[in-house]
Ligand binder design. Structure first.
Ligand SMILES: Nc1ncnc2c1ncn2[C@@H]1O[C@H](COP(=O)(O)OP(=O)(O)OP(=O)(O)O)[C@@H](O)[C@H]1O
Ligand SMILES: [Mg+2]
Length: 276
């Protein structure tokens, strides 16, 4: 695809850096190397620069836009892209906050070698009286970690406490990015529809399923959400694989009880792929 045709779609990483096969988004130490830095390849920096420009156009004149970064299925690259988009804004000397709202499977804190405890869940549940912002080692970039896993993440995200938190952070930061769980499996991401400026939807060719994508976008729009744009992650790789079945069955297991009801509802498909 030519650069002009790419539009908001940007391949975040080249073929060389991509895993041969994606089995899980369980955090690996090597994931830290995928964070945007001055040493990142030119194409990667350019891609995130393009995403940043497009997001700036979709900020709806808000002083501090809040973007929820989501995708339809696990492992599409939400967290890596949420972090990298946030870093690309922080590099412009903007005060940037990442909120890890994936309270079921938090990973943002691991990229910055932080503890997840004493974060979002404790605050929303009323166990903490002040917001425990954590510095990251990246200039201008602050993180609110997920906190310990609560029994009711969607309920907490849908609470008045969450509204208060977003009001507060809008006063103290220039940009806020919320890392979320996948839309097709739990409702956590969708409850933010009326609270955020817009959704950035990560699509991973060969991994994301087009029917899930259409269904997820329709659901978000039915809730009145704004879709700020799509990030085509890892675009050059895996296009030849159709792994819908594999990833669904794998991740339902990993997310345990929380996702089981959804597995039943959408009919999780048998794993038809081999492991090689
Ligand atoms: N473009 C890419 N190139 C290489 N590896 C990538 C790319 N995007 C993501 N990955 C890797 O794929 C795995 C999943 O990424 P990530 O954790 O960001 O996905 P996720 O959508 O947040 O997953 P989950 O739904 O479980 O939260 C990680 O190991 C990450 O480093
Ligand atoms: Mg994630």
């Amino acid at each position: 695809m030519s650069k002009s045709k790419k539009g908001f779609f940007a391949s975040a990483f080249g073929k060389k850096n991509a895993p041969a096969q994606i089995k899980s988004s369980v955090f690996r130490k090597s994931d830290v190397s995928k964070m945007l830095s001055d040493k990142s390849p030119f194409g990667v920096k350019e891609s995130y620069g393009a995403i940043r420009t497009q997001l700036n156009f979709s900020r709806k004149n808000e002083k501090c836009p809040v973007f929820a970064v989501t995708s339809m299925t696990p492992g599409d690259g939400k967290t890596v892209n949420c972090i990298n988009i946030a870093i690309s804004f922080a590099k412009l000397n903007k005060r940037v906050l990442i909120i890890d709202s994936d309270m079921r499977n938090p990973t943002v804190h691991k990229f910055f070698s932080l503890s997840s405890s004493n974060g979002l869940s404790e605050l929303l549940a009323g166990f903490a009286t002040s917001v425990n912002f954590k510095t990251t080692g990246v200039d201008n970039l602050t993180v609110l970690t997920s906190g310990d896993t609560p029994p009711n993440p969607a309920e907490l995200l849908n609470s008045e406490q969450m509204d208060k938190l977003l009001k507060l952070v809008r006063e103290h930061f220039d940009y806020v990015f919320i890392d979320t769980p996948p839309v097709s499996l739990v409702t956590d991401a969708t409850v933010l529809a009326q609270k955020v400026t817009g959704y950035v939807i990560v699509v991973r060719p060969g991994h994301s399923d087009i029917r899930d994508l259409k269904h997820g976008v329709d659901s978000l729009q039915a809730l009145g959400a704004t879709i700020s744009g799509f990030v085509c992650n890892d675009a050059d790789d895996n296009v030849r694989h159709s792994r819908r079945a594999y990833y669904k069955s794998y991740y339902y297991k990993r997310y345990g009880y929380s996702y089981e009801q959804y597995a039943g509802a959408s009919g999780a498909v048998q794993d038809t792929q081999d492991d090689n």
